[in-house]
Design a protein around this ligand. Sequence first.
Ligand SMILES: Cc1cc2nc3c(=O)[nH]c(=O)nc-3n(C[C@H](O)[C@H](O)[C@H](O)COP(=O)(O)O)c2cc1C
Ligand code: SF4
Length: 393
Amino acid sequence: MGKNILKRIDLIFKDEADYKAVLKKAASQTNDELINELIASGLKGRGGAGFPTGLKWKLTSESKADKKYVICNADEGEPGTFKDREILTQVPHKVLTGMAICGKIIGAKEGFIYLRKEYNYLTTDLNKIIDEFHEVCKKLGLDFKIKIFLGYGAYICGEESALFESMEGKRGEPRNKPPYPSEQGYLGRPTVINNVETLAHTFTIFQYGASKFNELGVQDSYGSKLFSISGDTPIPGIYELELGMTVEDFANDFGDGDTKAVQVGGASGFCVPRKKFRETHIGYQGKLTGISLPTGGSMMLFNSSRSMFNLLTNYLEFFTEESCGQCTPCRVGTQQLLEGSRAVKRGEKPAAYLDKLLALSETMKSTSKCGLGQSVANSFQSIVENFREEMIY
Ligand SMILES: Cc1cc2nc3c(=O)[nH]c(=O)nc-3n(C[C@H](O)[C@H](O)[C@H](O)COP(=O)(O)O)c2cc1C
Ligand code: SF4
């Protein structure tokens, strides 16, 4: 407990006074130079899926259209995540600068911050900062304007295509993919959509160069990441750490000495039991040995006083509530998993029924239309398989 094994990084929340210099430098560089720097950094999206950011911007820059858009995804709906709010509070200029440089590269003149409705209280300050930022852009000859769009309080609206739908005034329901946002995003135009933290990291890369970023982390999982740490920990909060750490080191630093499990990546992520702490790394699949788990940043610690059955049903209630209902595997599957788990716990169904539910979750993974339904299996399977004794009557 509190062993301080992991190095604390301070890139994101560090000084932002230089944003004008970063913008000025970027305005004088060619788009190829900027994109190559971003690609060289190895930055992958911090919203959860981990798509390479440089490639996303390059693809969108190559799409032909009369208009293009840059969207900052500040919906921050994953249970246990609270770092994007802090970035927008403490270093908003980094995000705005990342958006403006993206706009220059892809040829977009408009950007939006899709802000979680519960963060409405940030809008007055943010709007003032955006107005000043526009003046700076104008002086540098950058034709780029940013507006805030308030979300509607639904988890699914954080999914990029549902987010576009909601911005267009429609129900927040995911679209079929392809086409991807780099071809047809907001209003059917090529769109870069990035998580708040991803945009803040681009600032570091444009400020200091790719090597400052990729000297941190490990191969295929370069750089640092903000983690929202909560649950049974004496030191909850937001920490910037290198990617590639083991869950064991994480639990030693942040646990209370009795950590039974760590939920990596929120309700849609994976539950890692103590016996797998050492072999599990935080990062993207690649050269890391053992298991690699990506995360949007939510890390919840649970000690031995916690009921994993309660945890499971809490997540399933959340998914049942938040499923947009558009496709059957997710709409019906989430309910079946919840009701079935409860029936087993009450002794109304035999323990073997859990295997049917595991098979159902596997079907949901392969047949659901979007990441919500596809990822229910992550927490369901990792909790049921690792804590089966707590699921039964
Ligand atoms: C159900 C669901 C909810 C999501 N919520 C968010 C969110 O709140 N914030 C976010 O940045 N990405 C969220 N995503 C991921 C986005 O669809 C998208 O991948 C991300 O904004 C891309 O940014 P990045 O490449 O910088 O990670 C969500 C995905 C799903 C399936
Ligand atoms: S998987 Fe769930 S959230 Fe996604 S489209 Fe289908 S019903 Fe909607």
